[in-house]
Design a protein around this ligand. Structure first.
Ligand code: DX5
Ligand code: ZN
Length: 217
């Protein structure tokens, strides 16, 4: 699909989600961060709000589940209509079974790694997934700085995918901005989550277009 831009609504105005979603109709997806206050030290929203977002969003939903027990909770997000459902490798008990279940429900299946989690133990699992998410900040909050130390991991993931002849997307999430998106793209990412860069911009739609141009460059 080429470059994919998936703005995160985490730092948008939650009292006006419909309006905030309308601003990103030029994006490919909307990235929705589900946090349970256990897997990460923050609590955001769950299935009822995601269902409302699915109704209101002009673009498909890319759900990022930062929760314990994703095996138990993730399928409901696929069933509700999320186009992509990403679970953390550190939290999933049976990631392959879960990926198959998500795919059977019609969603793309994503496997996320915290900055400190190496990619190597999961390489054999990649054929079961449609996307690997290399977190470029510690999950939990928007507005943090991009961790440059994650760049080699992005490249290792991309190289492994190419070597195996697979068709996975490599998503990066955290600290993606005009300053960092080029480095992440060069390292091998093709799906870019940007939260504060988009929603703190004066013109969110123009920022989405600008990030896309920089990633394509
Ligand atoms: C952080 C979330 C991100 C967050 C990114 O745990 O997974 O999706 O919204 O926000 P920025 O782009 O501000 O780093
Ligand atoms: Zn996220």
């Amino acid at each position: 699909m080429g470059i994919v831009i998936s703005p995160s609504i985490l730092n948008s105005d939650f009292a006006d989600l419909r309006g905030e979603l309308a601003k990103i109709s030029g994006a490919d997806y909307v990235h929705v961060d589900v946090m349970d206050n256990h897997f990460v030290p923050n609590l955001t929203l769950g299935l009822p709000v995601v269902s409302a977002i699915l109704e209101a969003s002009p673009v498909p939903v890319d759900a990022h589940l930062m929760i314990e027990e994703p095996d138990r909770w993730a399928p409901a997000y696929a069933e509700a209509g999320c186009a992509s459902v990403t679970v953390h490798a550190e939290a999933a008990t049976a990631p392959v079974r879960l990926a198959r279940e998500l795919r059977a429900l019609g969603a793309r299946a994503g496997l996320a790694l915290r900055p400190a989690s190496p990619v190597e133990p999961y390489l054999d699992l990649l054929p079961e997934f449609d996307m690997i998410l290399v977190m470029t900040v510690e999950p939990g909050f928007g507005g943090q700085s991009f961790i440059d130390g994650t760049l080699p991991k992005i490249t290792r993931a991309r190289d492994a995918i190419e070597a195996a002849g697979l068709d996975l997307w490599v998503q990066v999430d955290g600290g993606i901005s005009r300053e960092t998106i080029g480095r992440a793209a060069e390292a091998g990412a093709d799906v870019f989550v940007a939260g504060s860069a988009v929603y703190k911009a004066d013109d969110a739609a123009a920022e989405v277009a600008q990030l896309r141009r920089l990633a394509e460059a």
